[in-house]
Design a protein around this ligand. Sequence first.
Ligand code: 5GP
Length: 194
Amino acid sequence: MKPLETYDGTIERTLFTQQEIADAIERLAHSIAADFAGQPLLLIGVLKGALYVTVDLVRALSTVAGGPSEIHVDYMAVSSYGNENRSSGEVRMLKDTMQNIAGRNVVIVEDIVDNGLTLDYLQGILQQREPKALKSCVLFDKPYNRRVDVHVDYIGLTAPDAFVVGYGLDYQEAYRNLPYLAQLHSWVFSEKTD
Ligand code: 5GP
């Protein structure tokens, strides 16, 4: 197996190290824990990208003293960029939550917010179900190309205005397993892979 660092020389640079990401998640966990101290909390991770941050956030939250009384986890899946590195602007639900969220404290956990349409769509759908509280947590924010003015309650790190991969984020389903956030060489996007 090839070492993670190489990916055939396609990675141009590291944007955030594994440690910087872990520190950001720790900060997010403390903010969320303070807001839901002593209350039950449901985290809804958005597949597939936010699988990684959701798991690490749940672990971090569980070690914060005086945090939520109970932590539950669920997942939704929506269509994102498909196999492209640009957003189509269309959001479709692929998988709904398995739990009822009415009357519950809910935090949506997203990997990255770019034009804002995905998070806006999720907030709209979940708000209709009348949760007690609905907040949004995003690990990486790209605030440069918003198409909707979506509100984000908890932001981990601000990423540059580029297509990024790693820590759950893919390009054509590769790179999710990188433990850090990276930018790819531009020639990667012009190569045909199929
Ligand atoms: P938005 O709807 O805010 O433009 O984008 C949200 C979704 O698009 C994210 O959940 C993610 O799946 C995808 N996305 C946005 N920016 C990036 C990026 O830089 N890299 C990758 N791999 N996916 C991205």
